[in-house]
Design a protein around this ligand. Structure first.
Ligand code: EPU
Length: 344
């Protein structure tokens, strides 16, 4: 393992906050993680990160940041395709690429999402009509309290929109070490979200959908283009992707917004009877799109994304912008936006 005291975390969070941790440990195996869990001299608390792509460090971290470098992809042929067991430290998009190259369906819609596989399974990453929870069959963890290996079935992971057991009851105790997913070789694209199908047709021709000629690689390319059009490239502009969750509101709230004169408010019906209204739309209506305040800003092509506009933003500047956006959406629509990004 690599133990670094007084560690610079600026390259370990995609917001590029210039913060430090009292200690940072990269570990390479479950055995090393076990050793770490018993090392009394490491500063507490422990905080585990993946690619640091869904975090806002609000200042220096007083404890030890743990980071997995457990990297492997193992495959087991199954009835419908392939079962793959992936080490928590494998960069998520590397795994998506691995699947597409082997013509295996499953994670293609989640292409280019920054971060690592373990964190992806904790956050239940989702995009374009797919969530990782849809394909996860088993999650292996190390129990930092009970000092033992433990595995969770798909149902035990309690996946929901941007939620899982690991973000709730299991938080701080179970560290994901490997994720097993079910991939399919049978034709199974998921392309009904937004204008994804139109984009694929424009790119490859109508025949790709009429004649079932899509491949995981083609969908992956379409998704990468869509994301590149809308979202800041993390190498160029610091951000943590969507900063807020899309709110679920009661039907009455939706009707109230329509009655305010917004007949065309975008909305999606949820199975539980509530209505999802895109946070991007709410923020857009409050005039925030492209707004920059000091070093912090709101991305011009997707107002759900807050950015480190100059590269020099202090955590406090992002936090102040967040608070002002929440207050303005609250005032105009009576909806309280909740951050999706974890504040540390
Ligand atoms: N919209 C506007 N103005 C804009 C942009 C969007 O009004 O400038 C409205 C439009 O009505 C649009 C709607 O917002 O239809 C939704 O926008 P979009 O489909 O781009 O996605 P989203 O709901 O804003 C979610 C995820 C993204 C994911 C996309 C695509 C959350 C919090 N975010 O965003 O995830 O890529 O769908 O599936 O659920 C992330 O989590 O970091 C992330 C980028």
């Amino acid at each position: 393992m690599d133990i670094i005291y007084n560690a610079d975390l600026s390259t370990m969070n995609t917001f590029r906050m210039k913060v430090k941790a009292a200690c940072l440990v990269h570990y390479y195996s479950i055995e090393e993680l076990e050793e770490i869990s018993r090392m009394e001299d490491l500063p507490r608390p422990f905080f585990h990160i993946g690619g640091g792509s869904n975090l806002l460090f609000t200042g220096d971290f007083k404890g030890t940041v743990l980071h997995s470098r457990i990297r492997f992809i193992q495959q087991f042929p199954s009835m419908d395709g392939m079962e793959v067991r992936v080490g928590a430290g494998v960069p998520w998009d590397e795994f998506c690429d691995w699947c597409a190259k082997r013509d295996l369906w499953g994670p293609e819609n989640l292409s280019l999402i920054p971060g690592e596989t373990g964190a992806a399974a904790v956050q239940n990453i989702g995009a374009y009509g797919r969530e990782i929870g849809d394909i996860v069959s088993n999650v292996e963890c190390y129990d930092m309290v009970g000092h033992r290996k433990v595995a969770f079935t798909h149902d035990e992971c309690a996946y929901a929109y941007r939620e899982s057991f690991f973000k709730n009851e299991g938080k701080g105790r179970y560290v994901v070490t490997a994720v097993t997913m079910i991939l399919r070789s049978e034709y199974s694209p998921v392309i009904d979200y937004g204008n994804l199908k139109d984009r694929l047709v424009a790119k490859y021709g109508q025949f790709v959908v009429n004649e079932n000629a899509l491949t995981p690689e083609k969908v992956r390319r379409g998704i990468i283009e869509t994301r590149n059009d809308k979202l800041p490239a993390v190498e160029q502009t610091g951000s943590a992707g969507s900063f807020f969750r899309n709110p679920y509101v009661p039907v009455e709230k939706y009707e109230e917004i329509v009655a305010m004169g917004y007949e065309k408010v975008p909305h999606f019906d949820n199975p539980d009877g509530s209505i999802k209204i895109p946070a991007a739309w709410l923020i857009d209506q409050c005039g925030w799109k492209g707004h920059v305040e000091g070093n912090a800003g709101v991305w011009g092509k997707q107002p759900l994304v807050l950015v480190n506009a100059t590269g020099n933003a202090e955590p406090q500047e992002i936090k102040e912008l967040e608070d002002r956006i929440v207050a303005s959406v609250q005032e105009k629509f009576g909806i309280t936006l909740v951050p999706e990004v974890e504040h540390v």
